[in-house]
Structure formats: structure tokens, C-alpha cells
Design a protein around this ligand. Structure first.
Ligand SMILES: NC(=O)C1=CN([C@@H]2O[C@H](COP(=O)(O)OP(=O)(O)OC[C@H]3O[C@@H](n4cnc5c(N)ncnc54)[C@H](O)[C@@H]3O)[C@@H](O)[C@H]2O)C=CC1
Ligand SMILES: O=C(CO)COP(=O)(O)O
Length: 346
């Protein structure tokens, strides 16, 4: 199979290296100097240092049309903020297309009726004729690049796209499960980033393992309520892109989102935390959008609300925690049942 990966960050590089063992793969970088440096050093020293790029992996910049000519599969591995422009540029391609980004696009304008879109909603808006889907699940780039065992989910309404993703990436160390619920898979991938900032904060303040387990569990309930209101299936949140990625990102120290929470707990400003990462932490950019959209749907997301208040500088780390622990008692809601009530509480 011929594959073109757009975006030579940590995840795009890891995925390209993995696929290059079995397929003809081109990794496209928007920065020509970065592409030249990678080709010369056979390493992505900026985003994934220490990993040798296989000789068979072509690294290109410049004309993207040329880079992806004849491709069976195009992978968009940029941050969420670049997905819209990437899908517009891909209009008319006959290749299957899959995005790897996990987030929600910020609202395009400030009007109260405007809200940020999930990736499949951007697809429906700008390039509905593409045969497309998402590849998600618990997967730190570093571990995939090292060939450590990992399981992913390929979600699309098109069976052929799901099959193409399984053919492209399923191998000895990487299992790829197919799922038709693209809404649930994308909600899981976006919301877990916001929740990982919260667990990073909790651990940074040394609140303990009990508190972390409570946050993950109540976070899963928030994620599920939000997803159900958007049309997702409840069982998706018990799978790899829901619980799986939430546990990985909330507890794994390779997570950039978790790191943001840890750094805020140490008293760093948001700008300092973001600058020190050197990579995108999507939760920083999608927390507000998630909360705005949840409010519009009548869904309560107290943990995500706390993260937004913290990111906006409206509360201190300690006050963000106090706001959560000081909430009035409520029955423990079971997410699928909670979906039946008009106003969901946690
Ligand atoms: N790093 C990881 O372990 C994983 C990341 N993801 C998701 O994948 C997406 C990308 O993450 P990373 O690769 O880790 O980010 P990164 O911060 O390591 O790299 C981002 C890359 O995207 C490029 N880029 C930014 N805007 C672009 C544009 N307009 N056109 C082309 N390239 C552009 C940057 O130059 C850079 O090469 C994010 O949404 C992230 O949540 C998903 C699974 C695992
Ligand atoms: O999505 C990821 C793991 O599945 C990566 O998480 P971070 O973006 O927080 O590093």
C-alpha cells in the first residue's frame, strides 16, 4: 500500500516509521528545512529524537500534491488546529483519508450560536465527498516508535476506510480494532486531554491515589454524558478510545496534557507550561470549546469546567480542587441512564 503522512511531529513520525516496515510511505513536513534535516540525519531530532528513520521512509516537503500522488491512504497527523485546511486541500482525492488529531476546533467566531467542531463535523462541512475516518486510542508516540505493544481504533462510517486502516497499521506490535462510532471515538480522544490536565493537577498537588481514581472515574462519566448527547454509543467509552486513552493520558508521564497539569500545580503560568512542552497539548486548546458545547447541550462537566477556570487564570490550582471537592452531594450517575434525563448531573 502507498501511504502519505501529513505532519512530521511526534505522532506523524511514529506512525510513518511503523507503516514503513510493510508499506511504501512518504512523510510530508510543511517546513522544508525540517524535512532536509530529517533526511540528512535520518532522525526527527526536533519531535522524536533517538529514533532512526528506516531507509525506506521518504521524507518530503514542498508540493503536497506530488508527495501524495498515487497514495492509497493519506494520514493527517497535524494538530487539530490545522485539520480544516488539510481537509480542504485534500478535496477531490480518491485515497482514503484518516486524521490522528484529538481535539475540538475552537469556535470560528464569538457569536453565542457558534461552537467548535469535532473532526468528523469539519469533514462534513468542508470535504464531505472524501472517504475518511479517524485513527485513535491509547498510544504514546515514543512507545509506538519503539515497537512496544499498542492497540488503536479505526473509526469511520465507511467500511472500506476502516479496512484500509487495519491493513495499513495492524501488525505484530500494533493491533487495530475497527469501530463504526466515529462520534464516540472522537469525543473520547478530545475530552481525555482535558481530563488529563485535571489528573496532572491532582498529582502535582499530591492529593493521592484515591483522588486520582475518583477524577478518572468521574471524568469518564463526564466524557460519556457529553458523547451521548452528541450521538455517540455508550459502549465506545468503555473501549480503547474512551477509558483506555483516558487512563493512559491521565496516568502516563509521557503525556503532554498531564504535564501541563503537573506544571500548573508547581506554580508555573500556562504560557510557561505550554512553552516548556515543545509539542502540542490539545487539552489546552479544546477545554473551553468542550465546556461551551456541553453547556449548550445542558450537560454538566464540572471537572472540565474546573480545568477551564484554571487555564483562564480565574482560580488557583487549590481553588480548582476545592470547587470540585466542595460540590453538593448527588447520586452516583451511571452515564447511559443519565442520558435519559434532560439535565444531567454528576
Ligand atoms: N504524540 C502522541 O503521542 C500522540 C498525539 N496524538 C495527536 O496527534 C496530533 C499531533 O500530535 P503530535 O505529533 O504529538 O504533535 P507535535 O507537537 O509533536 O507536532 C505537530 C506537528 O504538526 C505540524 N503542523 C502544525 N501545523 C501544521 C500545518 N498547518 N500543516 C502541516 N503541519 C503542521 C508541526 O510542524 C509539527 O511537525 C495531536 O492532535 C495529538 O493530540 C494522538 C496520539 C498520540
Ligand atoms: O493521545 C495521546 C496518547 O494516546 C498523547 O497524549 P498527550 O497529547 O497528552 O501527550
Amino acid at each position: 500500500m502507498k501511504i502519505c503522512v501529513h505532519g512530521a511531529g511526534a505522532w506523524g513520525t511514529a506512525v510513518a516509521v511503523n507503516a514503513a516496515a510493510r508499506h511504501e510511505v512518504t512523510l510530508w513536513a510543511r517546513d522544508a528545512a525540517q524535512a532536509d534535516a530529517m533526511s540528512a540525519a535520518r532522525e526527527n531530532t526536533r519531535y522524536l529524537p533517538g529514533l532512526a528513520l528506516p531507509a525506506s521512509l521518504a521524507v518530503r516537503a514542498g508540493d503536497i500534491g506530488q508527495a501524495q500522488a498515487g497514495a492509497d491512504l493519506v494520514i493527517v497527523a497535524t494538530p487539530m488546529a490545522a485539520l480544516r485546511e488539510q481537509l480542504i486541500a485534500l478535496r477531490g482525492t480518491t485515497a482514503a483519508v484518516a486524521w490522528l488529531c484529538k481535539g475540538v476546533e475552537p469556535a470560528l467566531d464569538a457569536s453565542p450560536a457558534s461552537f467548535g467542531l469535532l473532526a468528523h463535523e469539519i469533514w462534513a462541512q468542508v470535504a464531505p465527498d472524501l472517504r475518511a475516518g479517524v485513527l485513535s486510542g491509547p498510544s504514546f508516540a515514543q512507545e509506538v516508535a519503539e515497537g512496544r505493544p499498542t492497540a488503536l481504533v479505526a473509526a469511520s462510517p465507511h467500511a472500506a476506510v476502516r479496512d484500509t486502516l487495519v491493513d495499513a497499521f495492524h501488525g505484530p506490535a500494533l493491533r487495530v480494532y475497527a469501530n463504526e462510532d466515529i462520534v464516540g471515538v472522537e469525543v473520547g480522544g478530545a475530552v481525555k486531554n482535558v481530563l488529563a490536565i485535571a489528573t496532572g493537577l491532582c498529582d502535582g498537588l499530591a492529593l493521592g491515589l484515591n483522588a486520582r481514581a475518583a477524577l478518572i472515574t468521574r471524568g469518564l462519566a463526564e466524557m460519556t454524558r457529553f458523547g451521548l448527547a452528541l450521538g455517540a454509543r455508550a459502549e465506545t467509552f468503555m473501549g480503547l478510545s474512551g477509558l483506555g486513552d483516558l487512563v493512559l493520558t491521565s496516568t502516563g508521564d509521557l503525556s503532554r496534557n498531564r504535564k501541563v497539569g503537573l506544571l500548573l500545580a508547581q506554580g508555573r503560568t500556562l504560557a510557561q507550561a505550554v512553552d516548556s512542552l515543545g509539542h502540542v497539548a490539545e487539552g489546552v486548546y479544546c477545554a473551553r470549546t468542550v465546556v461551551q458545547r456541553a453547556r449548550g447541550l445542558g450537560i454538566e462537566m464540572p471537572i472540565a469546567e474546573g480545568v477551564v477556570a484554571l487555564l483562564d487564570g480565574r482560580v488557583s490550582p487549590q481553588d480548582a480542587v476545592a470547587a470540585l471537592t466542595g460540590r453538593d452531594p448527588v447520586p452516583e450517575s451511571v452515564p447511559p441512564g443519565a442520558a435519559a434525563s434532560p439535565r444531567h448531573s454528576s
